[in-house]
Design a binder for this molecule. Structure first.
Ligand SMILES: Nc1ncnc2c1ncn2[C@@H]1O[C@H](COP(=O)(O)OP(=O)(O)OP(=O)(O)O)[C@@H](O)[C@H]1O
Length: 363
């Protein structure tokens, strides 16, 4: 087992002793709000000293946590995890600046200047198959890095994936507020989202119960993140959720789970008996636009049984293959992208290369 989680506890202890008290406006110029979550707000800022110089300083994201609702330990855990362990290029790293004000704890982090993945997924354009693969290849690496250190993110969703450029060529996973060491026992909390794993359904019943019931506790496992990566792939490819919540109350999830079980049974019987009249098992309608290739990966990542989900690096074996069944819309989008790429190259002076790309598309 890695020693990182234990080191993180020590770092929290040490940084608690060296935290300064600052007045934000004396040190930073706040430029605009980058976003707001349930814990606090995030502002784009530059150092006050550099703000008025000809070479303005590096933009940074200042994350403000209200002291009335945040414990010092929770703040320091998120800050230290981000500054010391988020060394992968697709993890949002803290910048070594942390302080308190009378009302807030604050730390500075690399800023994603182009919003988050949620806005891109719900935009009219959506995300191309190529872009979906590019994003997932980066996130697979980022999450594998965290897991290799013994941490589980526990809150992978489009709103926590920040863009470093408009075309989503470089993305970074952020918000480590719920990240915990693998194996930590936590209270199972059900929330209404497809990102919430089916194994906490029992916690939904507890929260629905009229009378007082005992809390359910479960260990933090990497399989929580694997599930979320599966849901994220679906969101990227379809701009929709596969179901509303991963519970027996949700008809779309039940359709998926029944299909999953039937395929599994079929595979098991095929290994033992050779069936004469093979019956086709219809794919649930919400997966109609997806290739059988990506469905194989989704069945692994979205296995209702957590212990059978693979590591996040399983995604790497599925890059380069077809993820979508070719639709006219996708073909048109590819065509448009190729034309834009060719135009850009021509503008940059690569006229011959541009013509070559256009020629290749026309053949
Ligand atoms: N480093 C960053 N760069 C750019 N935008 C950011 C950054 N950090 C946060 N944001 C923006 O602020 C929003 C809220 O940030 P974050 O998710 O970290 O807060 P939170 O209170 O922990 O949220 P949650 O409610 O998901 O727990 C994000 O969805 C994103 O749009």
């Amino acid at each position: 087992m890695t020693t990182a989680p234990k080191e993180l506890d020590e770092l929290c202890y040490l940084t608690a002793q060296s935290m300064k008290s600052l007045v934000t406006s004396e040190h930073f110029k706040l430029i605009k709000k980058l976003g707001e979550g349930s814990y606090g707000k995030v502002m784009l800022a530059v150092h006050q000293k550099r703000a008025s110089s000809e070479l303005p300083g590096t933009p940074m994201a200042l994350k403000f946590f209200p002291r009335r609702s945040t414990t010092l330990q929770a703040f320091l855990r998120e800050y230290n995890l981000s500054v010391s362990y988020c060394t992968h290029p697709s993890l949002t790293r803290a910048l070594g600046i942390f302080y308190s004000t009378p009302s807030h704890y604050v730390f500075a982090q690399e800023a994603g200047l182009y919003g988050d993945l949620y806005d891109v997924i719900v935009s009219e354009e959506g995300v191309s198959e190529e872009c979906a693969q590019r994003v997932m290849s980066q996130l697979s690496g980022a999450v594998s890095h965290l897991h290799s250190l013994g941490f589980v993110h526990r809150d992978i969703k489009p709103e926590n994936i920040f863009l470093c450029d408009r075309a989503c060529r470089w993305v970074k996973l952020g918000d480590f507020g719920l990240a915990r060491a693998q194996g930590t026992e936590v209270r199972a909390v059900w929330y209404n989202s497809p990102f919430c794993v089916p194994e906490v359904e029992a916690a939904k019943r507890v929260s629905d119960a009229e009378e007082e019931t005992e809390d359910i506790w479960m260990p933090v496992e990497p399989s929580l993140d694997t599930w979320a990566l599966g849901v994220l792939i679906y969101c990227l490819l379809t701009s929709c959720f596969p179901w509303e919540e991963s519970t027996s109350d949700d008809p779309s999830y039940c359709k998926y789970r029944d299909w999953f079980i039937r395929i599994q049974q079929k595979e098991e019987t095929q290994n033992t008996v050779r069936e004469e009249n093979e019956t086709e098992i219809d794919v649930p309608s919400q997966f109609d636009s997806l290739s059988s290739f990506i469905l194989t990966l989704l069945r692994k990542l979205l296995n209702p049984q957590p212990r059978l989900r693979p590591g996040s690096d399983e995604i790497l074996s599925y890059l380069g293959g077809p993820w979508l069944l070719k639709t006219e819309k996708e073909e048109l989008r590819r065509e448009k992208e190729a034309q834009e790429e060719a135009k850009k190259m021509q503008e940059r002076g690569g006229v011959e290369r541009g013509k070559e790309i256009l020629g290749r598309r026309e053949r």
